[in-house]
Design a protein around this ligand. Structure first.
Ligand code: DOR
Ligand code: ZN
Length: 350
């Protein structure tokens, strides 16, 4: 059957290879949203204070497990937040014990809670060498932070100034370039034949910078890396629907209460956990590539992380527009759900 005629699609249960679950009341509100649709998620460590040690990651994992609904089929895969003082031995121990599957590199100042990140990349070279040796994956927020670099160029400049040198120092290190937003990053990943992959978010497949800025400023679309011009969005869609195993879903669902988004200086982050799969099905359907959706959400990421795809399946069913909440309620205040700007026709069935 042609993709255009599909109205039901059964795929392996998806995984989210980049997710912010936060802590405390926010964690309790958002973890069930991801657990409803995803079997596993790479959980970002940018808490306050950040998740730096193996002991902190184990404690955070326990807090996540504690708020999951009874019977939830959801495994949090923990990451360590790299600092210039990260102890390679602690990191290796956390990896060997199955506590942390990856470590996250935030350039200092690049995004939410990244102040403890890395300023001088040479200083983490011993940690990166250890990670390559033990087969631990490096997740990278790929933006330079230099104030003289235009915010729309920060990802492309990061590739040349930081990523290429790191790959020369430690070619055996397996790297995921997180939430890529540019054709430059897509090309870089495509042209690299070893140890490099990229996650793509749901929202970057849907919005470009006009959605944020044209006709009024829309803070709920503001995230980092910031969405780029339309030609970049098209490059991301082409990568996502291509089936190329080096591209997979990382939603970067990043809840902030509306009171923190709607400010003179609002927070970066898009909260897409509740409707991500419906959004993605719509994007792949419009592209005529529904049969590649499973690779993007459920196969490619597992393969790069060396994990088995999930045995369970979900079925997506096409019909009348799907209802989803405009906001979710949390004890900290309402959190607005990503609005793709078009109706969603694909419903997720168990
Ligand atoms: O938009 C973003 N929000 N980008 C990030 O890199 C971090 C995230 C957050 O933690 O809010
Ligand atoms: Zn993120």
């Amino acid at each position: 059957m042609k993709d255009a005629n599909l109205t039901r699609l059964t795929i392996r249960r998806p995984d989210d290879w980049h997710l912010h679950l936060r802590d405390d009341a926010m964690l309790a509100a958002v973890a069930p949203q991801s657990a409803a649709h995803f079997a596993r998620a790479i959980v970002m460590p940018n808490l306050v204070p950040p998740v730096v040690t193996g002991a902190q990651a184990a404690a955070y994992r326990d807090r996540i497990r504690a708020v999951l609904p009874a019977g939830a089929d959801f495994t949090p895969l923990m990451t360590l937040y790299l600092t210039e003082d990260t102890d390679p031995a602690d990191l290796a121990q956390a990896h060997a014990a199955g506590i942390a599957v990856a470590a996250k590199l935030y350039p200092a100042g690049a995004t939410t809670n990244s102040a403890s990140g890395v300023r001088d990349f040479e200083r983490i070279r011993p940690v990166l060498e250890k990670m390559a040796e033990i087969g631990m994956i490096l997740c990278v927020h790929g933006e330079v932070t230099d104030p003289d670099i235009d915010i729309f160029d920060r990802e492309a400049v990061f590739i040349d100034r930081v990523l290429r040198p790191i790959r020369r120092w430690v070619p055996d290190l397996r790297i995921v370039m997180e939430h890529v937003t540019t054709a430059d990053a897509v090309d870089y990943v495509r042209d690299t034949h070893r140890n490099l992959a990229a996650t793509i978010t749901t929202h970057h497949l849907i919005i470009n910078r006009n959605h944020i800025l044209a006709g009024g400023i829309r803070p709920h679309y503001y995230c980092l890396p910031v969405a780029k011009r339309e030609s970049h969005r098209i490059a991301l869609v082409q990568a996502a629907v291509s089936g190329d195993p080096r591209f997979f879903l990382g939603t970067d669902s990043a809840p902030h209460v509306d009171a923190a988004k709607l400010q003179p200086c609002g927070c970066a982050g898009v909260f897409s956990a509740p409707n991500t799969l419906s959004c993605l099905a719509e994007v792949f359907d419009v592209a005529g590539r529904l049969r590649k959706l499973e690779a993007f959400v459920a196969l490619n990421g597992a393969q790069f992380y060396g994990l088995t795809p999930n045995a369970a399946t979900v079925t997506l069913v096409k019909g009348t527009p799907v209802d989803y909440p405009a906001q979710i309620t949390t004890a900290e205040g309402p959190v607005t759900v990503f609005d793709p700007g078009f109706p969603l026709h694909w419903r997720v069935e168990g």
